[in-house]
Design a protein around this ligand. Structure first.
Ligand code: ZN
Length: 111
């Protein structure tokens, strides 16, 4: 559906970085296999987010958000492919680190 970066505090906490990058897929297009554990957090949106992470390596393998049942998000770093489409949305910029600049044509910026 889209590749985006998110500056919300939940994503910063989850990744340990200044923002998160993820690809969003229609839920019906995603097949979950293997084992994972779930961490629930109240996101900056006020809704619950369910982060699924690998109990072996600790990396987030996918996540879903309350009230947004139609999609599954997969962190960019979870893909073996290193040539994914560039982000088209930068969201929760009100939480963006002051030293960070998001540039590029066609990127929407959401506060
Ligand atoms: Zn976020």
């Amino acid at each position: 559906m889209r590749v985006s970066i998110c500056h919300c505090q939940s994503c910063q906490r989850r990744t340990g970085g200044p923002f998160a990058a993820q690809a969003r897929f229609p839920a019906e297009a995603v097949e979950i296999a293997g084992h994972h554990r779930t961490w629930e957090r109240i996101a900056d949106s006020g809704r619950r987010a369910w982060y699924r992470w690998c109990p072996d390596c600790g990396g987030t393998v996918f996540y879903t958000n309350e009230g947004q049942d139609g999609f599954v998000a997969v962190p960019i770093g979870a893909f073996a492919n290193d040539d994914l489409p560039y982000p088209t949305a930068s969201i929760f910029e009100r939480r963006m680190q002051s030293w960070l600049r998001v540039t590029g044509e066609g990127i929407t910026h959401e506060d």
